[in-house]
Write a protein that binds this ligand. Structure first.
Ligand code: PLP
Length: 357
């Protein structure tokens, strides 16, 4: 497999360096190739200037959503070097999503080389600003030119880049308010909850709209079957701290295997913070918050890293909302500080999680 690099001089990238926002600053370089079910490893991949795609309006993924993606970050560690966080984990999850969505498996080494070569090419764009980063978006979608529901034979694979800052814009303290509602569900047994696929995000939009209308930024989903057990947010995993034990729901088959979640659990071990991975009912969370046994709740994900939740709204059947409030996050902050230091290349744990370029 060959990677052809058509970039001879990097185009200039102009944006607000103080506040790039999230997902809007587009890196003017991309990697692309076409594959199919019979030949999932391409002979040549091309790195070229970012340009619009030319697609038939009949392209099947536009209609039926057979599409997967990843999101990972590249941080600047010093003037000469950048580092990508848990690249191998993201590659494995990409192929896991592909498997669930009946898409071809791409050789891990090919994906690894594609990401590394892309990062090498755009390295000078990786921001110097604290906590800003280059967000990589590998994406693969069905490109058969036919409007019939079926597993596509052909696919497009792209790596895109975006310079990103804060995910939750607007609040100085970077905390968030989330809404729990039995009315909406995101994933269910036998569905696609474990894949990073377009459908899971599309299905979350009605709930998100409703939550936003009530003044909440995100939704926390309960299991679709009983609507009692807490699963995850629309784009983040969930944690709570109970009697100084860090807890998170088990990966039930409907939840995305979060890479930040995995890091947090590993860091807790390094910092001697006890952990428990178990199911929790919303009712139990409510009761223990009121009794003071649960004092911290927070969410994790590559985009926002770790976000304290200072208000959990519980939507009742009569549409009234009961509020649970949280104000101090000492355990979350301790872990977050270690995670930030790791991503900046400054801890022992950096050695096993960062790939330097
Ligand atoms: C549904 C969902 N859950 C959890 C996460 C967090 O996963 P990670 O920490 O790997 O970014 C994400 C983001 O990727 C997500 O989209």
């Amino acid at each position: 497999m060959k990677i052809e690099n058509k970039i001879t001089e990097l185009p200039e990238l102009i944006y607000n360096k103080k506040d790039p926002g999230f997902g809007v600053v587009q890196v003017p370089v991309m990697l692309s190739y076409d594959i199919n079910q019979i030949e999932p490893t391409p002979k040549v991949m091309v790195i070229h200037e970012t340009k619009n795609l030319s697609l038939s309006p009949f392209t099947s993924s536009l209609h039926y959503g057979q599409s997967i993606f990843e999101g990972l970050k590249v941080y600047r560690v010093n003037n000469e070097q950048v580092a990508v966080y848990r690249l191998r984990d993201h590659i494995k999850r990409f192929n896991q999503s592909a498997k669930i969505m009946c898409m071809p498996q791409i050789d891990e080494e090919v994906l690894y080389q594609a990401c590394i070569k892309y990062i090498e090419t755009v390295k000078s764009y990786v921001p110097q600003e604290n906590k800003h980063s280059l967000y990589l978006r590998p994406v693969m979608f069905a490109s058969d030119d036919a409007i019939k529901v079926k597993i596509s034979d052909n696919y497009k694979f792209l790596i895109l880049g975006s310079i990103v800052g804060d995910y939750f814009a607007g609040r100085e303290d970077k905390r968030t308010k989330i809404l729990a509602s039995k009315k909406y569900a995101r994933a269910f047994k036998g569905g696609t909850g474990e894949a990073k696929t377009a459908a899971n995000y599309a299905i979350s939009l009605p709930a998100l709209r409703f939550a936003n209308q009530q003044g909440y930024q995100q939704v926390i989903y309960l299991d679709a079957e009983t609507r009692e057990y807490i699963e995850e947010l629309g784009g983040m995993n969930f944690f709570w701290v109970e009697d100084n034990v860090l807890c998170t729901p088990i990966l039930s088959g409907q939840i995305l295997h979060g890479i930040t979640r995995k890091s947090i659990l590993e860091i807790a071990e390094i910092l001697n913070i006890p952990t428990d991975i178990r199911l929790i009912k919303l009712e139990e969370l409510k009761r223990k918050t009121k009794s003071g046994d649960i004092k911290e709740i927070f969410a994790s994900g590559t985009a926002a890293v770790m976000t304290p939740i200072d208000e959990l709204g519980l939507l009742n059947d009569d549409e009234s909302i009961e509020k649970l409030e949280y104000s101090e996050f000492p355990i979350m902050e301790k872990i977050r500080e270690y995670l930030f230091a790791t991503q900046a290349g400054n801890t022992e744990y950096s050695k096993t999680t960062l790939t330097y370029i």
